[in-house]
Design a protein around this ligand. Structure first.
Ligand code: GLU
Length: 315
């Protein structure tokens, strides 16, 4: 996609940021700033069970403490607001309606237990592949089921490869019919699915650069498929390495000692930024620095492609 870079950081405010989130935020910020682009902060508080407004405020405070500013978005406003997913339901409803109008989605009445029983586990990540049972329901069958429960809604996927060229990791393709099957765009409780929301939001906010953790590479073909169905231009994706604990586990919110409340007691912001820049491949030593100092020398070519094991002692 051409034009000035518009990138975003899109955290889910379901707890304090941990080191992995900070690493992604730093690289997303550097990639935008090095290109002289616009940085957008969008809070992905789609899941009302997990997200809290107090966490969103804390994420914004933590980013400011780290020296990662934004031009548009949460607490700042801008031309494409609101920047909280919980306030953007009408945007998702419009995308959903566009898919429905084209006959690309259908209601699914399968319970979780039915889905799991019918599905073959996905090879790589334990995700299940939906067998398409509700795609071929007759109108009468649908009506009968509609009386018993509220459906989730699924989008039909093609029987062909959907490919993307990641700006950092290179080409990546999936056969969605074999890797996940028709996937959910709206849950049975009415909450729009992340896959639909993120595409509708990035499209509406004119985002043309998406920098995020490598764990989401797997979602990218599904999102590209939605971009195509909705007639929206695809952003350029850059997936960044994950930070792993010494035993190879992905860092998560459970690693309390690596969340910012604990780290902030032991390190200054420039110490955290400097160590992360070192791990990324942007500095030869873990010396403290503010994000601004890293802008001139930033390039994707320097960033490591492999996941990063955190050696004890660095944090
Ligand atoms: N909200 C997602 C997360 O915090 C990121 C989504 C994205 O960057 O596309 O994991």
């Amino acid at each position: 996609m051409d034009g000035p870079v518009r990138g975003r950081f899109a955290p889910s405010p379901s707890g304090r940021m941990h080191l992995g989130n900070v690493f992604t935020a730093l690289l997303a910020w550097l990639s935008v700033r090095a290109a002289g682009g616009t940085m957008v902060l969008r809070m992905e508080d789609l899941d009302p069970d997990r997200c809290r407004s107090a966490y969103a405020r804390q994420v914004a405070e933590d980013l400011r403490w780290l020296g990662l500013d934004w031009d548009e978005g949460y607490e700042k406003g801008g031309p494409y607001g609101p920047y909280l997913q919980s306030a953007r339901t009408s945007c998702y409803a419009a995308a959903f309606a566009a898919l429905e109008e084209k006959g690309l989605i259908y209601p699914c009445y399968c319970t979780r237990a039915e889905r799991l029983a019918a599905a073959a586990p996905h090879q790589s990540d334990g995700q299940t592949v939906y067998n398409g049972r509700c795609r071929s329901l007759s109108p009468e069958g649908r009506e009968a089921l509609a009386r018993t429960r509220r459906p989730a809604w699924r989008v039909m996927v093609p029987e062909e490869r959907v490919s993307v060229v990641d700006g950092h990791l290179g080409p990546f393709a999936q056969r969605l019919d074999q890797d996940c099957g028709d996937f959910i765009v709206r849950r049975s409780d009415g909450v729009y699915a992340y896959q639909l929301a993120v595409v509708a939001d990035d499209g509406a906010m004119q985002i043309n650069q998406v920098v995020r953790g490598r764990d989401l590479l797997d979602s990218t073909p599904r999102q590209c498929w939605l971009y195509r169905l909705l007639g929206l231009p695809e952003p350029k994706f850059f997936h960044v390495p994950l930070l792993l604990a010494e035993d190879g586990r992905r860092l998560s919110k459970r690693d309390g000692d690596l969340d910012l409340s604990a780290l902030g007691r032991r390190f200054s912001a420039p110490e955290i930024v400097g160590r992360l820049a070192f791990l990324a491949g942007l500095q030869p030593a873990p010396r403290p620095c503010v994000p601004q100092m890293l802008i001139p020398a930033f390039s994707w070519g320097k960033i490591t492609k492999n996941d990063i094991i955190l050696k004890t002692g660095l944090f």
